[in-house]
Write a protein that binds this ligand. Structure first.
Ligand SMILES: [Ca+2]
Ligand SMILES: [Ca+2]
Ligand SMILES: [Zn+2]
Length: 360
């Protein structure tokens, strides 16, 4: 996957914000990679720059030529087949900057008793997963990785919530509901109040104030006041409205109401979200998709999630990758947060979102 890069880790010294923001640094960068001294980077020289930028301890990641070319063409504003200083400056601040200066948060989705040992335990779902297995993995990340922020999401339902099978007779079903009689757990219905959204019916779970809604007792809860790494802590409550469910930690399932999460992360300047928790194919997947839509760089920790249905977990993971998320293992997190390991996929996702909004 990686090869020794002939330029070593050229960009490491630019992880100093003052030096990075000095315009002379861009001049130096151009000079360094401009091997034929024509004051611009051709495609080959640009490729060498990318190989130095996207590397792990000086070993370059392979990047497909089509992707290199796509970025090259995008930043070559005057379309002369070369990247001049002014074009490199644009690349410097749009792509290199977030690569060298990510602000990282660990987002722990719904690691709550009811999903582990309670009424909606994954052990009773098709996957038969044991959610408790991820607790030591997450704790190890909390203990060892210098994230800027630790965020916990909490499914937090009123007792009359519309997602509970126990409450199915309390609301009017819509004309277009796929099932209207003999409704069972895990069936999907449509309620009249929200005619555009399928509601899966779960066993009652995570009712506000109950033991089942508490975070798993062994999960570390960082206290921002005493944390030796000085991290900030966010709690976000979701699914709090009776009539509409919320799988994502950002929005309800109709995207009518936004939680506090995006605002809190924005205030802290967070760019990168390392996402783990329960359930991989439901709340983790929905949260990750919304995070991508909000232009976060999304890193999904595969061994830090457990889910409802193994096939659906795989399907959701493919969907996330296709939308720009990076799937990694928890052992990779430390070097990535420390910026020793810089992945091209994350920058490419940023590039695609720039290209979509055509912000050159
Ligand atoms: Ca050149
Ligand atoms: Ca040009
Ligand atoms: Zn729920």
């Amino acid at each position: 996957m990686t090869e020794q890069n002939e330029n070593g880790d050229f960009f490491l010294k630019y992880r100093n914000e003052t030096l990075f923001n000095d315009k002379n640094s861009i001049v130096q960068c151009l000079k360094y990679f401009d091997k034929d001294n024509d004051q611009s980077l051709d495609l080959n020289e640009f490729e060498q720059l990318l190989k130095s930028l996207f590397s792990h301890n000086g070993n370059s990641y392979q990047i497909e030529m089509a992707k290199i070319k796509a970025m090259f063409d995008f930043f070559d504003s005057n379309k002369d087949g070369k990247i001049q200083l002014i074009e490199l400056e644009n690349f410097w601040f749009k792509i290199i900057k977030p690569t060298l200066f990510p602000k990282n948060a660990l987002l722990i989705v719904d690691v709550q008793n009811d999903f582990i040992t309670g009424t909606l335990s994954l052990t009773n779902c098709p996957s038969k997963h044991n959610g408790a297995e991820i607790v030591p993995i997450i704790n190890n990340l909390i203990d060892t990785v210098p994230f800027e922020t630790i965020a916990y999401s909490i499914d937090w339902h009123p007792a009359d919530h519309s997602s509970f099978i126990e409450n199915v007779n309390n609301r009017k079903l819509a004309e277009n509901s796929p099932i209207k009689e003999n409704i069972k757990t895990f069936d999907s219905v449509i309620y009249e109040a929200y005619p555009n959204v399928l509601q899966i019916l779960w066993p009652a779970h995570c009712i506000q104030g109950t033991n089942g809604a508490k975070l798993h007792a062994d999960l570390k809860q960082v206290d921002a006041k005493t944390d030796s790494l000085g991290r900030s802590v966010i709690y976000v409550y979701k699914g709090c409205l009776s009539d509409i469910d919320s799988y994502s930690a950002f929005f309800d399932n109709c995207r009518l109401n936004e939680t506090s999460l995006h605002n809190d992360l924005k205030k802290l300047g967070i760019t990168d979200l390392y996402i783990c928790g329960i359930a991989a194919d439901v709340c983790v997947a929905y949260t990750s998709m919304d995070a991508l839509g909000l232009n976060y760089r999304v890193i999904y920790i595969q061994d830090g999630v457990r889910g409802v249905d193994s096939d659906n977990i795989k399907k959701q993971e493919i969907n996330l990758v296709n939308n720009g998320a990076l799937l990694i293992k928890s052992k990779d997190v430390y070097d990535m947060v420390g910026c020793k390991d810089r992945r091209p996929e994350l920058a490419y996702a940023t590039f695609l979102s720039l290209a979509r909004s055509n912000k050159v």
